[in-house]
Design a protein around this ligand. Sequence first.
Ligand code: NAD
Length: 370
Amino acid sequence: MIEQGFFELLEHWDGLGVLVRQDAPTGTWIFLAIHDDTLGPATGGCRLKVYDRPEDGLRDALRLSEGMTYKWAAMDFPFGGGKTVLAIPRPLQEDERRGLLLRFGELLNSLGGRYGTGADLGTTSDDMQTIAEVSEYVIGVHGRSDGPMDPSPFTALGVFAGIRSAVGHRFGSSALDGRKVLVQGVGAVGGPLVHHLAEAGATVLVSDADTEVASQLAAAVSGVVVAPPDVYMTECDVYAPCAVGATLNKESIGSLQCAIVAGAANNQLESPDDAGRLVERGILYAPDYVINGGGAMAFTLIYQGLEPLSAVEERVLGIGAHLTSIFEECERTGISPVVTARSQAERVLARGPGHADMSSFADLRGRLAL
Ligand code: NAD
């Protein structure tokens, strides 16, 4: 990956703006990126992570907030794209973490509802509860809904539906019996996904940086463990990236031995050119922000009062039909799934808010009865 500095990163970003702050007590860089607010207030999770360089944290914030713009637009939900990265210098003690989250809450307040946050990689609903002590611009906290607070099982369900859709499109039947699916990263999303796949009859290949976790899960579903360095040259029908972003690049795409890439990770393509590389290799790709939208979709629907949970799950499973429509459009036009999904989302953005006009997170909270 080419290393870029703050200014170079911002020069090539087309978002609305970034709020940058150094949290002196912990030495954390806070990057709060608002990419777009055409459809509603910018909304996206808060990632907390140790990065090699603060610039890598900014890069994540920029890319992830842009991804949120397209994720919400793909679902036609009334939110804009935003994301926060708390780039911590080292793992924090409990009281340091609490202090950081409270100060971040005050920062949210200073934006007056232009951005709302939730849990993401490295943060939990308990963390959101801490932020909620000082700020109302947070979702996914205890006591604000009877629904579950963890979006990951819904994300896993949506990815499962997406894999079935891609298998159906590529092989003529969405049956997973005997299909080999390699899941890279078996955490909050990859873990439940592995169980869905195994229950549907797939042979699951399991890989995780934590080899103990991978071995235990593989044993539970009669699957096979794949060592992390072997993922990209292991033969399978579907490669499901569910760990980190940017695993699809010139080198890895050249090695892949799969027919389909369909997984939960955000920002799977290292560069836009990688979409073309996948097409050249004849690999069907399910655009990340479409296939991994299940958690965000479920949270919104639950807050809107959709019941019972089976109705929410039904809507999440609809991600499969959405992907099928994208794949069919690609077939007709010869354009890649990445470009097709982006054009669909851009049409929604060009149309503007399809719902009641909401200029702030507070309006939205009122509407969703948060
Ligand atoms: P998680 O932290 O619970 O799990 C990630 C897993 O990947 C861990 O088990 C970790 O050991 C493993 N891992 C990390 N680096 C790895 C590597 N290089 N190779 C193999 N394994 C590695 O995270 P999660 O919530 O399951 O999210 C997974 C991905 O899906 C992330 O990219 C996240 O941004 C994306 N995503 C998650 C959600 C959600 O609802 N949780 C929604 C949308 C997108």
